[in-house]
Write a protein that binds this ligand. Structure first.
Ligand SMILES: Cc1cc2nc3c(=O)[nH]c(=O)nc-3n(C[C@H](O)[C@H](O)[C@H](O)COP(=O)(O)OP(=O)(O)OC[C@H]3O[C@@H](n4cnc5c(N)ncnc54)[C@H](O)[C@@H]3O)c2cc1C
Length: 432
């Protein structure tokens, strides 16, 4: 069996290293064009990545601290979000689970050591599916016939609404942001959390790495021009006593998921498959979930004659559900606004109403209500405080009701965020 991975960003290397390990009998081709840069951000992970990374490489925090300037991540601290006015933490649950903050460029170098593949540095011109495989055509005219292709070539080329292949994408318009302005700051505090600080035009993330802090302002370019965001970004950093940084530019991003991330021969992966604003750092863990499921699908059902259509649709439904549910949880973070009464926050607060107008997400919203209600009963803010796993087992575990996730999140995450933003003080979910 021959499998091609297209793309040399985080998603491409996650796929290539995973397939090297999980399908050792397959001949692997890894194609990426070194003239096309990777996106270069993606520094916060969830515990799903940490577990996967240890499985594939055998490496842990101390290796990654040295190689990728990594620090441990307990969760995400929200500042000035919601109607309550206090900071709160959405901590990974249970307590023993941790993620990483790491340098995305270095991560790719480390993963490269765990890839066994024929490497080709070339531009892919076209991928053409046929009944028995897919043909990858390169710019020099070479073609490679493969049984399966993983396309991790980054954002779809025309992600503005109505362009190119947009019919294949579900726009997740309830996410209120679409642009990021990036700066690298000096190392600040290695607090073990990503910060998400609400600001008039959106929110600012700070990711603590060894030796520097990755920082970005996430906003909506239709509401706030770059000049105003730049000004507020600088004002915020000055308030924090930071007067020097390295500008890293600005970029647009879409919030979307492909209706079908697998067509029977081609898997789309990473930013080519789906993207949500980086609020809960879901991108890398979505890639890890997909490659695990895809490798299992190929190994269980796809060796001879391809994966049967029933399995293909099951796979697509699972991935679509996962991303849509994550998107609804993210939109819900904005439901009670923030310390700022601005056009951005007015728009952001209406996200759940925008979601309710999309017929396709109705069943997910119905299920989400169970998580919102479960979260109400749980002691949200106290859940963030646990440091000791044994104590968590004794006190928090017996309170659980649902024992299943909503996308990447559980009733414990709903509780921490819901109580944190003040959602349960007033019932926004049922408001029209
Ligand atoms: C502001 C911001 C913050 C983010 N923060 C996080 C975070 O904290 N956590 C998280 O999980 N994610 C985060 N992300 C998401 C992050 O982008 C992804 O996790 C991750 O980097 C996946 O990128 P990728 O590999 O899909 O694509 P890319 O990094 O864009 O890589 C694309 C690859 O494809 C190659 N390529 C492209 N076209 C061709 C072609 N025609 N032929 C051959 N090769 C080609 C390129 O050379 C490159 O190697 C963030 C994103 C943004 C915008």
């Amino acid at each position: 069996m021959k499998i091609a991975v297209l793309g040399g960003g985080t998603a491409g290397f996650i796929a290539a290293s995973h397939l090297t390990r999980s399908l050792p009998q397959a001949a692997l081709l890894h194609v990426f064009d070194s003239r096309i840069p990777t996106i270069g951000v993606g520094e916060g992970t969830t515990p799903r990545f940490r577990t996967w990374f240890e499985e594939v490489t055998g490496l842990g925090l101390s290796d990654l601290a040295e190689r990728c300037r990594a620090t441990s991540k307990k969760g995400l601290r929200f500042e000035k979000w919601g109607s309550v006015g206090s900071d709160f933490l959405n901590r990974f649950q249970p307590t023993r689970l941790l993620g990483y903050h790491l340098d995305a460029t270095e991560l790719v170098r480390v993963l490269g050591e765990y890839v066994r593949a024929e490497r080709v540095d070339a531009r892919v011109e076209e991928v053409i599916k046929s009944a028995d495989g897919a043909r990858v055509r390169l710019e020099n005219g070479d073609t490679h016939f493969c049984d399966y292709v993983f396309d991790a070539r980054g954002f779809p080329p025309n992600f503005k609404r109505g362009h190119g292949d947009m019919a294949e994408l579900l726009q997740l318009d309830w996410i209120p942001t679409g642009r990021a302005m990036l700066r690298r700051l000096p190392e600040k505090d290695l607090s073990g959390v990503t910060r998400a600080v609400a600001r008039p035009h959106g929110w600012i993330f700070q990711i603590p790495l060894q030796g520097s802090t990755s920082c970005g302002y996430i906003f909506n370019a239709n509401i706030s021009p770059d000049t105003e965001v730049d000004h507020d970004f600088t004002a915020f950093l000055h308030q924090e006593g930071i007067f020097s940084w390295i500008p890293r530019g600005a970029l647009n991003f879409p919030n979307f998921v492909r209706h079908r991330v697998f067509d029977g021969r081609i898997f789309w992966l990473g930013n080519a498959a789906a993207f949500l604003e980086p609020l809960e750092a879901t991108a890398i863990c979505t890639g890890v979930l997909e490659i695990r499921e895809a490798a299992r699908l190929i190994s269980d059902h796809g060796s001879n004659g391809g994966v049967d259509p029933v399995q293909v649709e099951k796979f697509n439904r699972k991935m679509l559900t996962y991303v849509v549910r994550n998107s609804l949880f993210l939109a819900w973070h904005y439901a009670c606004g923030s310390a700022w009464d601005t056009p951005f926050w007015e728009y952001a607060m209406q996200g759940m109403e925008r979601a309710r107008k999309c017929a396709m997400v109705q069943p997910h919203l119905v299920d989400m209500e169970a998580f919102v209600e479960a979260g109400r009963e749980l002691p949200g803010l106290a859940l963030s405080e646990y440091e000791d796993q044994a104590q968590w087992d004794r006190e928090a575990y017996p309170l659980l009701r649902l024992f299943r996730p909503f996308g990447n999140f559980s009733e414990l995450n709903f509780s921490q965020v819901g109580h944190g933003i003040g959602y349960y003080a007033s019932d926004h979910f049922h408001r029209n």
